[in-house]
Design a protein around this ligand. Structure first.
Ligand SMILES: *[C@@H]1O[C@H](CO)[C@@H](O)[C@H](O)[C@H]1NC(C)=O
Ligand SMILES: *[C@@H]1O[C@H](CO)[C@@H](O)[C@H](O)[C@H]1NC(C)=O
Ligand SMILES: *[C@@H]1O[C@H](CO)[C@@H](O)[C@H](O)[C@H]1NC(C)=O
Ligand SMILES: *[C@@H]1O[C@H](CO)[C@@H](O)[C@H](O)[C@H]1NC(C)=O
Ligand SMILES: *[C@@H]1O[C@H](CO)[C@@H](O)[C@H](O)[C@H]1NC(C)=O
Ligand SMILES: *[C@@H]1O[C@H](CO)[C@@H](O)[C@H](O)[C@H]1NC(C)=O
Ligand SMILES: *[C@@H]1O[C@H](CO)[C@@H](O)[C@H](O)[C@H]1NC(C)=O
Ligand SMILES: *[C@@H]1O[C@H](CO)[C@@H](O)[C@H](O)[C@H]1NC(C)=O
Ligand SMILES: *[C@@H]1O[C@H](CO)[C@@H](O)[C@H](O)[C@H]1NC(C)=O
Length: 381
């Protein structure tokens, strides 16, 4: 019963947002440039006896705060919800800084950060929050693979930073503050991530749009999906299908999340093993930075391999083989031996689960609605 009521309410909000965005085209949005970089230490520090990891991508921007300081290499993270600086360069309280005599502490997958919390003015691109609770790190651990790292801006859902700043249950995120300070009129943001260049220079400029989405990046409408509960945790949603050419491998609901911080597309493990069995001569990478990913025999090529088709709401995202095959120009950066095999960015994501990294996101626009608890996707223009 509760479940059914929940679904009815969600359907109504979906319509509400479609209507609002259609009638509100002039709402202010603020754009912030993003840079995608292959985490520079990754290949060098890659440790083959460490637990299964996948090649890391870092998507970073610059943050201005403190005593007129600019902190570059601030990681964009949709999986956390605190803004902190001071990882490399010392934070100096400035004219807009208020002491609040509190501490902060955040645990991430592999490590953590802690230090002193302040209220300060923060500018990212054209977006300024006058009163943002920020962390000044005096201790970090576990970020070796993504150094240099000066801080992290968390874009996670409202309420997902419980217990991370002393004296508060939860603290408002940067996007929440842009909204409450009237800088944007919707608590929505959209992300466009660029791909690694084939010349082997893994860098490009993407963007975050605060307050809405960047229509110029989209082709067609955004499909909005309800966020999976609990709503104050992660941006997770259910995808509906996975096909491999004309074979329907998995039908949903498929528990899914986007991940700006990794390169591979992690597909449901049952589909991963179907493909492994289906194509004679296929192996699993056990030695490069793409450990765990599929390696096809050399007779499987971009022309002969079918696309991965990922169904999300009423959209199908087709990831062509040319996009999931690793270009040989990236082999040395990813510690892949030139073995005349067809290396891929396809990893196992666990039973019935997707983790949609850069190789998916470079084929899709993603959007996050903190007011209506929805995640949106659109085809790229
Ligand atoms: C690179 O890959 C080789 C196997 O191809 C592996 O033996 C070696 O440990 C890897 N080295 C580094 C630094 O990742
Ligand atoms: C490699 O990873 C293993 C397992 O996490 C760890 O015990 C070992 O110390 C690491 N080796 C190096 C050289 O970092
Ligand atoms: C801070 O305020 C002082 C005194 O008004 C001023 O001299 C200084 O330039 C200001 N600093 C910055 C970075 O704006
Ligand atoms: C922070 O602590 C200092 C020193 O104890 C005190 O002067 C100041 O009023 C406190 N500020 C706040 C906001 O509690
Ligand atoms: C780091 O910050 C915390 C919280 O403000 C403080 O208790 C601790 O003494 C600081 N440690 C160092 C080494 O500065
Ligand atoms: C996602 O699928 C799971 C499993 O079927 C279901 O329990 C959950 O309610 C679904 N999420 C949404 C938002 O509908
Ligand atoms: C491709 O190569 C693999 C491994 O060498 C072999 O088992 C398979 O039969 C070949 N497929 C075709 C279509 O030639
Ligand atoms: C690489 O594989 C292709 C296709 O199987 C084959 O024609 C070619 O001779 C191989 N090259 C080397 C250097 O093994
Ligand atoms: C997406 O593709 C799958 C497999 O080709 C198909 O079953 C499904 O109906 C498609 N969904 C939409 C919305 O077109």
């Amino acid at each position: 019963m509760t479940f059914k009521l929940g679904r009815v309410v969600r359907t109504v909000t979906v319509l509400g947002v479609l209507y609002a965005s259609a009638s509100d085209a002039a709402a202010p949005t603020l754009k912030v440039p993003l840079t995608s970089k292959l985490a520079p230490n990754f290949a060098g520090f890659y440790n083959s006896s460490a637990p299964l990891t996948n090649a890391a991508l870092k998507v970073v921007t610059s943050v201005q705060t403190g005593d007129d300081q600019t902190f570059s290499d601030i990681l964009i993270d949709t999986g956390s919800a605190i803004l902190w600086v001071g990882g490399q360069e010392k934070y100096i309280p400035g004219n807009y800084t208020h002491e609040i005599n509190q501490t902060f502490s955040v645990g991430y997958g592999t490590g953590g950060v802690s230090g002193t919390a302040y209220v300060d003015r923060v500018t990212i691109g054209t977006a300024t929050v006058d009163s943002q609770i920020i962390g000044d790190a005096n201790y970090t651990d576990g970020f070796t693979l993504v150094e240099p790292l000066n801080g992290i801006i968390g874009l996670g859902p409202v309420g997902s930073n419980y217990g991370e700043v002393s004296g508060f249950n939860t603290t408002p995120t940067f996007v929440q503050n842009l909204y409450t300070e009237g800088k944007i009129s919707h608590m929505i943001f959209g992300i466009y991530i660029t791909s690694l260049s084939e010349s082997g220079i893994p860098e490009g400029t993407g963007e975050i749009t605060f307050g809405g989405v960047d229509q110029s990046r989209l082709s067609g409408d955004i499909t909005w999906l309800p966020q999976n509960e609990p709503l104050d945790f992660h941006w997770e949603f259910n995808a509906s299908t996975l096909s491999w050419g004309d074979k329907l491998l998995v039908t949903g609901p498929i528990y899914s999340r986007t991940d700006t911080g990794v390169l591979p597309i992690a597909i449901p493990s049952e589909a991963f093993f179907d493909i492994l069995d289906d194509v004679p001569g296929t192996n699993v990478d056990s030695s490069s930075a793409l450990e765990g990913c599929l390696i096809f025999p050399s007779n499987a090529t971009a022309n002969s391999l079918p696309p991965l088709e990922i169904g999300i709401g009423n959209l199908n995202f087709s990831i062509p083989a040319s996009s999931y095959i690793v270009p040989p120009t990236l082999y040395s950066a990813l510690n892949i031996t030139a073995d005349n095999m067809t290396h891929t960015f396809i990893a196992p994501g666990g039973f019935g689960a997707f983790d949609l990294g850069q190789k998916f996101l470079e084929n899709a626009y993603s959007a996050y609605d903190m007011e209506n608890h929805m995640i949106g996707f659109a085809l790229l223009a």
